[in-house]
Design a binder for this molecule. Structure first.
Ligand code: UN1
Length: 504
């Protein structure tokens, strides 16, 4: 086996990225690398008082930032994008070390940050509202978009930096301040991003202090954001269970919730499929990121006519995919994030077996170390049994046979989650049906590509238990601003709408 190409320590990488050692040495919260299971740093949880002070500071920053013209706000994001470009290999190496992603995917994650920065810079000149026909003479009606306030961002371990950037790059050009609670498992990458952001602020010159900050900690820190009256929007990525805890608390104080929760994504392989293309699409979507994307492919419905041509080939891909140290060239599947993830995977496989599933893969590789490397598992099932209907954040692909497209679409929709979906077909009627109102009920519905690996230009998010939020491109920016409708009378009379008269 080839040696890992980049074996720099967390300390070396964090130093390179400009993070002072006092932030990650000697703290109360040990951080383990999933690559080895070893502790690589110890960070400090924010106390309740510190969390409160950071939110208050962010609110003050917002009051100044909202008066800065949006294109000038875009300049800060442009500079931040430059910092990211320069730091891309180092930040990606830290993502690999802390989250266990293979090098190419870690570089892709940082690229996704750069892309959203570029997008947000352009957006900073396009935060426009409509002018609307009014029924009254000598009046004008229009809408204006204003900065919202402090945006709380709660992110997950699997996209430890990109998800924050989809929110923050938009929020910053929209005139908001940000407070970020990264996953407890991946605070080091957040500290590195904060250092890069501060470097951009320094070059920018007059960004208000506290415009964007990181609060490390567990549930209490998340709750501080969720409950704080000066946080009008919380964007939270994580499990459906987390969303169930967060949403009612936000609703209680009428704050906005942007939720990106569990996915349970499916693909349909139809008879006309180009099987080579489908195989590659399925392999990346199901095994990539060790099945730890919210968009990972978890359910596959294969038409009876191509099942025997596709599934044996898929099984051999599962048997041969290189699993191991994500820093090593050639590795395609890195470690699971931790032991709990491994145990959940085992439990799901045991349940699938008990329900008649035939499993290939799923065994632990290199079980001597404190890290959790597993061969991805493919499970053939006769039907969509209960275990298939919940999301297990691990590389398990449930494969089922179908006869009629209508039944495959019904099965694909018959789960509580609604994030992403695909169909592989060369039949235009099938493709169009799949993306029509009668087709996939997900926020993302693709044709001839897998359900994962979305670009930032589209709105990202899903329906049902996925939470309904949309981030990144299209008009997602509107969630980060408040809309005002303005009616202006430039005449000398006062006609009332709907023909109402009220003459004194
Ligand atoms: C996630 O897993 O939380 O579409 C986000 C994708 C990535 C983002 C995934 N661009 O797979």
């Amino acid at each position: 086996m080839e040696a890992p190409s980049d074996i720099r320590s967390a300390d070396q990488l964090l130093t390179q990225l400009g993070v002072p050692a006092e932030l990650y040495v000697g703290g109360n919260r040990p951080i383990r690398s999933p690559i080895t299971g070893e502790t690589i740093a110890a960070v400090y949880d924010a106390s309740a008082a510190e969390a409160d002070a950071a939110i208050e500071r962010a609110h003050q920053a917002f009051l100044a930032w909202r008066d800065v013209p949006a294109p000038r706000r875009g300049e800060l994001v442009r500079l931040f994008g430059e910092e990211l470009r320069a730091a891309k290999p180092d930040l990606a190496a830290l993502v690999t070390l802390e989250a266990g992603k293979i090098v190419s995917e870690a570089l892709g994650e940082v690229q996704e940050m750069i892309d959203i920065c570029d997008y947000a810079v352009g957006l900073s000149r396009q935060l426009f509202g409509l002018t609307i026909a009014t029924e009254r003479p000598e009046h004008r009606m229009m809408e204006t978009w204003h900065p919202l306030g402090v945006v709380g961002v709660i992110s997950a371990f699997n996209f430890p930096v990109a998800v924050w950037s989809w929110n923050a790059a938009l929020a910053l050009v929209c005139g908001d301040a940000c407070v970020w609670k990264p996953s407890e498992k991946t605070p080091l990458t957040a500290l590195a991003v904060q250092a890069l952001f501060e470097a951009a602020c320094l070059r920018f010159g007059d960004a208000p202090a506290g415009l964007s900050c990181v609060l490390i900690g567990g549930r209490e820190v998340g709750e501080a954001l969720v409950d704080h009256p000066k946080v009008p929007l919380v964007s939270a990525t994580g499990s459906t269970a987390m969303g169930r805890a967060v949403a009612p608390r936000l609703a209680q104080r009428f704050a906005r919730a942007l939720l990106e929760l569990g996915g349970n994504n499916a693909a349909i392989v139809a008879p006309s499929t180009d099987l080579d293309l489908a195989l590659r699409g399925i392999a990346f979507a199901a095994m990539g990121t060790a099945g730890q994307r919210c968009t990972s492919l978890r359910r596959l419905f294969v038409h009876d006519s191509c099942y025997d041509a596709l599934v044996p080939r898929l099984k051999s891909a599962y048997a041969s995919v290189p699993v191991g140290d994500p820093r090593r060239a050639g590795t395609l599947v890195g470690p699971l994030i931790d032991q709990a993830a491994y145990e959940r995977m085992l439990a799901a496989l045991a349940e699938a077996r008990a329900l008649g599933g035939r499993v290939v893969g799923g065994e632990r590789v290199d079980s001597a170390s404190g890290a959790f490397y597993v061969r991805p598992a493919l499970v053939e099932l006769h039907a969509q049994v209960e275990v298939v209907r919940s999301e297990t954040f691990a590389p398990i692909l449930y494969v089922m046979r179908y006869q009629e497209l209508a039944e495959a679409i019904a099965w694909q929709n018959d789960v509580p989650q609604g994030l992403s979906s695909s169909i592989f077909t060369n039949d235009m009627r099938e493709a169009e049906l799949f993306i029509s109102a009668r087709g996939s009920d997900c926020g993302i519905a693709n044709v001839n590509i897998g359900p994962s690996g979305a670009e930032i230009g589209g709105a990202f998010g899903g329906e049902k238990e996925t939470g309904g939020g949309r981030e990144a491109g299209s008009d997602s920016w509107k969630a980060y601003m408040r809309r005002a409708t303005n009616t202006l009378n430039y005449g000398r009379s006062l006609p009332l709408a709907q023909g109402v008269s009220f003459d004194l």
